[in-house]
Design a protein around this ligand. Structure first.
Ligand SMILES: [Zn+2]
Length: 291
């Protein structure tokens, strides 16, 4: 396939290899659904628009056509599935790539567990990209199956499919300049470093950011990081607990309303709500604070 041929197919002169006619295309750039055809040549999409000529034409009759979804952060081990079974479950539903932090398998099996998944990933129809686990074990209070030092993190990062350092849960370690934590961050220079810092704000947040960590999947509201909170004082903990409780109420309401409608509104499951809210709070907030 030459560039000249590809351009000619895109212009609509040379027939495409495959033409997907009458698709409803999910245009993720502008957030709209467009009626159009997709001309494919070789392994490339030559054009999206109005096309007529092709070796093979499939009339989609208004079916939706969307780019493959990318799960930007997951731990595939949480699915309790073998990576091949995981791919079997998500690929038919549109997820074609995952960025997975192998924290959990590493916490049990160490570098061997990471090798097991990265080796398997080469053979799957799912594009798997990995983050080197930054905190194995997650806290010193844990009885884990393995410990991963900064030296091992450096080795793991050398794998071409490892694109960065997984969520840096030890945010107190970053903020206080723990040597081992900083070595892991330095080893990841030039790669992505994911964050995990519930409730961090003010200068502590600045310290965390200055280490080159530019994301945080623990953020649960927009305004919390900008209020001047310096420590885990009692009122802070209460505030966070209330926020989690409110979040849990909203989640359950919306779940309940979407499945059963307004008539079932009164049968609200308070036990489940309490459990969800308290466990969310303890796991994400309090435990991280005592690391
Ligand atoms: Zn995570």
């Amino acid at each position: 396939m030459s560039l000249k041929e590809l351009i000619s197919v895109a212009r609509g002169e040379t027939p495409a290899d495959l033409l997907l006619k009458n698709a409803r295309i999910v245009n993720t750039f502008i957030g709209e659904i467009e009626q159009a055809d997709v001309a494919i040549y070789g392994d490339r999409i030559a054009g999206v628009g109005n096309y007529g000529k092709a070796k093979e034409i499939i009339d989609l009759q208004g079916k939706f056509l969307a780019p493959g979804l990318i799960n930007g952060h997951t731990h595939i081990e949480s699915s309790m599935l073998h990576p091949a079974r995981y791919a079997e479950a998500v690929v038919p539903r549109g997820t074609l790539a995952v960025v997975t932090d192998l924290h959990e398998i590493a916490n049990v099996c160490g570098p061997e567990g990471i090798k097991f998944v990265t080796d398997l990933a080469q053979k799957l129809p799912l594009d798997m990209l990995f983050m080197a686990p930054s905190c194995v074990p997650a806290t010193h209070l844990e009885t884990s199956g393995a410990k991963i030092s900064s030296k091992e993190v450096k080795k793991i990062l050398a794998h071409p499919k490892i694109i960065g350092l997984g969520e840096m849960m030890n945010f107190p370690g970053v903020v206080s300049g723990d040597e081992e934590v900083l070595k892991k961050i330095s080893a990841s220079k030039g790669k992505v470093i994911d964050g995990h810092a519930p409730g961090l704000a003010g200068n502590e947040l600045n310290a965390y950011l200055s280490a080159g960590i530019l994301s945080d999947h623990e953020s649960f509201c927009l305004w919390l990081p900008i209020i001047p909170i310096k420590d885990a004082s009692l009122w802070w903990m209460t505030l966070v607990a209330l926020i989690y409780f409110g979040k849990a109420i909203l989640t359950l309401w919306s779940e309940r309303l979407s499945t059963e409608g307004w008539s079932q509104f009164a049968q609200f499951r308070w036990q489940r709500l309490m459990l969800l809210s308290i466990s969310d709070f303890i796991i994400e907030g309090a435990l991280a604070r005592v690391m």
